[in-house]
Design a protein around this ligand. Structure first.
Ligand SMILES: [Fe+2]
Length: 273
């Protein structure tokens, strides 16, 4: 019988450590790997920065789709920028939505972090920004790196990035920053964004803390620890538009997972590896 689930393996901030991911992929054979940013860095001491295409080469050889969004540390230096943004640009997703290969599942991604010099929505999504878009920033400053945004602001979130995916909608929102589930370190603006997108789940990194829970608005949240693999199986068929997070979906009765306290309706499997 044809397996109609799409196997997704999420991966927490690697910071240069891809060994747990490669092991998990060997065991789980995912269709898609989604990585939440802070991609590279010396694994042990002064090791060289490994370009991410090189780090994920075994996955690409096995035909696994790899999509990543960026974290704040992916712009720490020119060398790191080139090893991330410059190394595997076709897998990069930010301020946009992509349909996963071989399914109808749609992933929206918002990489980077909120910064007061650009936009820091402390209370909610409507909080005013100092600059609405990269174009706005460039029109009002003379600051340039390689003729474009200053290096640091390649990992700053602009309202225009969020607004684009808000309009496009998606099943899952992949972020580096955390929603309000991270209490004082999380952002209600991301709860609102995911809700407006019709997403059923937010998966984030940045805080290096494992979290499985549900927001007040019903959205499932998965926070990933550093280099933590996390597997989900979802029906390949589109689940988002028109769906409600509280709908009874019997496909979810076969879940094997570890999402403590969660309703897993709408999801086939959850499993921490
Ligand atoms: Fe981070």
């Amino acid at each position: 019988m044809k397996n109609d689930d799409h196997n997704i393996l999420f991966y927490g901030d690697p910071h240069g450590n891809y060994d747990p991911l490669i092991t998990a992929c060997h065991e789980e054979r995912p269709d898609t790997v989604l990585i939440v940013g802070d991609m590279t860095g010396p694994k042990d001491g002064p090791d060289r920065i490994v370009p991410i295409r090189e780090a994920i080469a075994p996955l690409l050889r096995d035909g696994i789709e790899v999509i990543w969004t960026h974290g704040n540390h992916d712009t720490d230096s020119e060398e790191i920028f080139d090893a991330t943004f410059g190394s595997y640009p076709e897998g990069h997703l930010h301020g946009d939505v992509r349909t996963l290969a071989g399914s109808d599942l749609r992933i929206g991604a918002l990489g980077g972090v909120f910064r007061g010099t650009i936009w820091f929505p402390e209370m909610n999504y409507e909080d005013a920004a100092r600059f609405d878009s990269p174009e706005h920033f460039l029109s009002e400053t003379t600051s340039r790196w390689r003729g474009d945004l200053p290096l640091r602001h390649w990992s700053s979130i602009f309202p225009s990035d969020a607004e684009r995916i808000r309009k496009l909608g998606a099943d899952i929102l992949l972020t580096h920053e955390a929603p309000s589930s991270m209490t004082k370190h999380g952002f209600m603006a991301l709860d609102q964004l995911a809700d407006d997108m019709g997403a059923q789940m937010i998966v984030h990194g940045h805080h290096h803390t494992t979290f499985r829970g549900q927001l007040m608005n019903g959205l499932h949240v998965c926070g990933l620890a550093k280099a933590e693999p996390f597997r989900i199986k979802l029906p390949r068929k589109e689940i988002c538009p028109g769906a409600t997070r509280d709908s009874d979906d019997t496909r979810a009765t076969d879940h094997s997972g570890e999402m403590a306290g969660l309703s897993t309706r709408g999801y086939a499997h959850y499993a921490s590896l």
